[in-house]
Design a protein around this ligand. Structure first.
Ligand SMILES: [Zn+2]
Length: 308
């Protein structure tokens, strides 16, 4: 027992040390993120209209996201759709899988919903969607030890239906686990309040639900905070994980963490959740934190093999 404890302790210690060390190669990839791409993603997302689950606009948004991945060079084989229904409404989640080099059967999930209600949802959640897209583009040819799933959920606004379906029918099938989820990093509403000084981001920690996965979430969130301060100009604060897709995973005992805006806009779920009311630079900065964290969690190569 003592030996097990010692090994566990060493494990925690190593993880902490890793989380604290700055890696220049990671920063170089973070620096590939640019404000123009985030801007055009958000503008295009706005043009797609009100993406209510089950609507044509929602289908169009999914196709727009899928075409982005194809344009980044992801193949059809790496892209899958997860159809689900809420009563008579039909919708789909979109999943892009990037295989890991060492732990190919263990997955880091980075996710965010793309559906909206009442408005175009540029903050809630075009912001998270835009960041996930750019992270996938930049990491496309970067080897990662763990596999990554980039997931765009629908049905979030009606009650986390898309993520619930994914967890119940894809991660598990007939209650038998099919996918080994190492952790879940969720991005929701990271657009900030326009005109305010948005210099802080909330890192969401699992403080409720099943208590078995709380300690692991606390550790993951600690690492998320460390990556935020290492790779972005933002400060980080902890808040409890709630009301977003990671909760579907939490209920199955998975380790979750995520980003949410610190100064909370009251425009989501209204027609005014638009590009004009979103702090693009804040989204850009959270994108940097995300790229740093995703490389850390997926153990991206520290060797710069992109230079030719
Ligand atoms: Zn949302």
């Amino acid at each position: 027992m003592k030996k097990i404890l010692a090994v566990l302790f060493l494990g925690i210690l190593t993880t902490e040390l890793k989380s604290q060390s700055f890696i220049q190669t990671y920063q170089d990839r973070v620096d590939q993120l640019n404000l123009e791409n985030i801007t055009s993603n958000l503008k295009e997302f706005e043009k797609l209209g009100v993406k209510t689950t089950g609507s044509q606009e929602n289908d169009n948004a999914l196709l727009w996201i899928k075409n982005k991945y194809l344009s980044f060079g992801y193949s059809e084989d790496e892209i899958s759709e997860d159809p689900f229904s809420i009563g008579k409404l039909k919708s789909k989640n979109l999943i892009i899988t990037k295989k890991g080099t060492v732990h190919a059967d263990q997955y880091i999930i980075i996710c965010g919903h793309f559906d909206s209600i009442n408005g175009p949802g540029v903050n809630d959640n075009g912001s998270g969607t835009s960041i996930i897209l750019e992270a996938a583009k930049i990491l496309k040819d970067v080897p990662t030890e763990y596999s990554i799933k980039f997931i765009h959920f629908s049905g979030e606004e009606q009650g986390l239906y898309g993520s619930k379906h994914y967890v119940d029918d894809v991660v598990y099938q007939k209650k038998i686990r099919q996918i080994d989820v190492k952790m879940v990093l969720n991005l929701d509403q990271v657009g900030g309040k326009k005109g305010m000084f948005n210099d802080t981001v909330f890192c969401d920690e699992d403080q409720g639900g099943s208590s078995k996965n709380n300690a692991a979430s606390k550790q993951a969130t600690k690492e998320l905070i460390a990556c935020t301060t290492l790779y972005s100009p933002l400060k980080a604060q902890i808040d409890p994980a709630e009301h977003s897709d990671y909760i579907s995973f939490e209920k199955k005992g998975e380790v979750i963490t995520g980003f949410f805006e610190y100064l909370r806009s009251d425009l989501p779920h209204t027609k005014d959740d638009t590009f004009a009311n979103t702090d693009v630079r804040y989204v850009f900065n959270i994108g940097k934190a995300t790229l740093g964290a995703l490389q850390h969690f997926a153990q991206a190569s520290t060797v710069d093999n992109e230079k030719k």
